[in-house]
Design a protein around this ligand. Structure first.
Ligand code: NAD
Ligand code: DAU
Length: 351
């Protein structure tokens, strides 16, 4: 069935992979990509599909109520897949207000516009909210996050995402707005902004810079290939049940330090450096404030009800990812010049 779909944040890391997948897979969908192009948004991420006839880019801010209302008047959207967000925990610790505005106010603007436009008949409409496992808080050595796990967000970022999840559910319960929410674990892959652990460390190794490991490097994350996240969103968008939440994860837990050692080893090989050379760059620095210890997702519901399973093993995925950053030097250089340098100096100066 032909559809017009608004995707927000489609110039970012996950959004660009999702836009590419949907544009290529569904010729009869009209995909409108709305993005403010903050420091994290980059049209180069989707340059390969920008001329497709079923794709359109609109630059704009989800916090701007009038702009959002006009956009919904202009396009007859059938669905929204909402990814636009401030997404980096360290930045949320430094500047929480941007997170409150985009993640909470921006999400509410979109909900209001969708509700107003679709009121009268919600039939075949859907507001899909893309969220994170960080809303569930931090695990000890045992257990995994289920869809029923109580919310316990602990950083300004996760609190802003938890807040937006609650508001999305409130619009479903109060007004009957058709919604689905997914909460995913850490993503890795190409086109990720190099403030996040994996691309930051690849870039630092390449440039012989210190690798700033927070605390003892014992924190655990559950890593999923970004294209598998995009595939999960596709499945949930088409087959998910109205009002439901789905956890997405890779059953792939790593302590930061073990993951970093894998990256170091593959980088030694790729850069033809002596074995052990990159590990010498590891530098233990002051821990992240309020650093969550462990995340682990139980994605059984998604697997059993909708048939999604991850397609790529981590060992292969991390090698492909490293190769991508090494062979896309121009992408990395463009991003790490200018404002990025200022951010990097500021973020790591007192650690
Ligand atoms: P990202 O930071 O790479 O991209 C965010 C995009 O949103 C950028 O293109 C940016 O320009 C855009 N944006 C930011 N503020 C905006 C605004 N006010 N108006 C319009 N556009 C705006 O983020 P990401 O890692 O791709 O994450 C995408 C979504 O997935 C987020 O909602 C995030 O919470 C969620 N998520 C991320 C991960 C992960 O590991 N990266 C895991 C689970 C969930
Ligand atoms: O779990 C999903 C979340 O994963 C998403 O919702 C967030 O948008 C995404 O940024 C990510 O959050 P994390 O805080 O887990 O990702 P980050 O890459 O910033 O850090 C991963 C781990 O590495 C974390 O334990 C902190 C540590 N770290 C990070 C950086 C940037 C370091 O030790 N040193 C660093 O310099």
């Amino acid at each position: 069935m032909a559809k017009t779909i608004l995707i927000t944040g489609g110039a970012g890391f996950i959004g660009s992979h999702l836009v590419r997948l949907l544009v290529k897979q569904y010729a009869d969908y009209n995909i409108v990509n709305l993005d403010k192009l903050t420091y994290a948004g980059n049209l180069a991420n989707i340059a390969d599909i920008e001329n497709n006839s079923n794709y359109e880019f609109v630059k704009g801010d989800i916090v701007d109520t009038d702009f959002i209302n006009e956009l919904f008047k202009k396009y007859d959207f059938d669905s929204v897949i909402h990814l636009a967000a401030e997404s980096h925990v360290d930045r949320s610790i430094e500047s929480p207000m941007d997170f409150i505005m985009t993640n909470i106010v921006g999400t509410t603007n979109l909900l209001n516009a969708a509700k107003h436009t679709w009121e009268g008949s919600f039939k075949d409409k859907l507001f899909y909210h893309v969220s994170t496992d960080e809303v569930y808080g931090s695990l000890g050595a045992e257990g995994m996050f289920l869809e029923t796990t109580s919310y316990d967000p602990r950083s300004p970022y996760s609190a802003s995402k938890a807040s937006s999840d609650h508001i999305v559910r409130a619009y479903h319960h109060t007004y009957g707005l058709p919604i689905v929410i997914s909460n995913c674990s850490n993503n890795y892959g190409s086109h990720q902004f190099p403030e996040k652990l994996i691309p930051l460390f690849i870039n630092n190794i390449k440039n012989n810079l210190p690798l700033p490991v927070y605390g003892k490097g014992e924190n655990i994350r559950d890593w999923l290939w970004v294209n598998d996240h995009a595939r999960a969103i596709d499945v949930i968008f088409h087959k998910g049940k109205n009002g439901e939440t789905y956890n997405i994860g890779g059953h792939n837990e790593w302590t930061n330090i073990d993951l970093i050692k894998v990256i170091c080893s593959v980088m030694d090989e790729k850069l033809e450096r002596p074995e052990g050379e990159s590990e010498k760059l590891i530098t233990y620095v002051t821990d992240r404030a309020g650093h969550d210890m462990r995340y682990a997702i139980d994605a059984t519901k998604l697997q059993e009800e909708l048939g999604w399973v991850p397609s790529l093993q981590f060992e292969e995925g991390i090698r492909n990812t490293i190769e991508w950053y090494l062979s896309n030097e121009e992408w990395l250089t463009n991003i790490t010049s200018g404002d990025y340098k200022e951010y990097y100096d500021q973020q790591y100066k007192n650690r």
